[in-house]
Design a protein around this ligand. Sequence first.
Ligand SMILES: NC(=O)c1ccc[n+]([C@@H]2O[C@H](COP(=O)([O-])OP(=O)(O)OC[C@H]3O[C@@H](n4cnc5c(N)ncnc54)[C@H](OP(=O)(O)O)[C@@H]3O)[C@@H](O)[C@H]2O)c1
Length: 320
Amino acid sequence: MHAIVVEDKQLVLREVPDPTPGPGEVVVDVAAAGVNRADVSQRQGLYRPPPGAAEYPGLECAGVISALGPGVTGRQVGEQVACLLAGGGYAERVAVPVGQLLPVPTGLSLQEAAALPEVACTVWSNVVDHDCLRKGETLLVHGGGSGIGTFAVQLGKALGATVVVTARATKHDRLRALGADLVIDYTTDDFVLATRDFTAGAGVDVILDIIGAKYLADNIEALAPNGRISVIGLQGGRKAELDLALLLNRRGSVSATSLRARPRAEKARIVAAVQREVWPLVEAGAVKPVVHTALPLADAPEAHLLMESSDHFGKILLLP
Ligand SMILES: NC(=O)c1ccc[n+]([C@@H]2O[C@H](COP(=O)([O-])OP(=O)(O)OC[C@H]3O[C@@H](n4cnc5c(N)ncnc54)[C@H](OP(=O)(O)O)[C@@H]3O)[C@@H](O)[C@H]2O)c1
């Protein structure tokens, strides 16, 4: 089969051996694969795949099951699925643990379904499972125009929250169309002042943060009493000073998670919950995949250039 491999920090289309399904795995013929910011870090040599994961980049895909591994029951060759992966999505075929398979939501194409697993599992596990976002609370999403952000805005609204986002001005109209209640241009405006003003001084209840160190102090400053901050990205650095007195006064919490590194059993629990709690919202049209563009697999280098430019809105897909 063909796959995109990383050679000298470049993405190259190569002929590689077909994957063999291990116990509890199926092989999926990939129809479309999602591109994620983590793939860029992997290409740059900054983010190694976890032990046991395929070496090729690609954290999510959708396609058709073409082979069953030992011990797999309840799955059929020919079944359409969306997949959460630890790697290997930039390929014509990939082996996937059955616990990381999702059905293709009714009404969605395989391409649209490929845009969902990584963002749905990441956003649900942080904002809902860990931070327990409740109806009527305020959610602040940094990087609203990202793959993660476009999903988080819609999920927050579907759950009855007020949603505030930071993004460059070129993305504001599209974020309002997705339901964002307040859109802040982080390049010109102070998000702490803007959120305090918008919430009449109360602050925000939950923050989904992709920036890390650069925003830590301001995130705590923007937090309401009993607020929760989930750090999922370190685009603004990894080391910062934490004012524990301020956090203590807010009775706040800061957590940080990575989905990719979680054990298979934990991923299976998250995938099952996403199917149970998020897929009905997708099938009802309350949460939609936001696909910026779909490119042939061989154009993976262009896909990464586009992602690094941040000119995209939502997800970039690769089509084998
Ligand atoms: N921990 C996990 O399990 C996990 C899983 C998935 C993703 N992530 C992380 O989530 C982040 C988004 O991933 P993605 O694949 O959706 O990436 P993406 O689509 O490439 O989005 C990156 C976004 O960062 C925004 N941005 C850059 N500087 C910013 C700033 N100072 N303030 C606010 N926004 C800023 C850009 O928005 P503008 O164009 O508006 O500047 C862009 O939309 C990445 O950091 C990724 O590593 C983590």
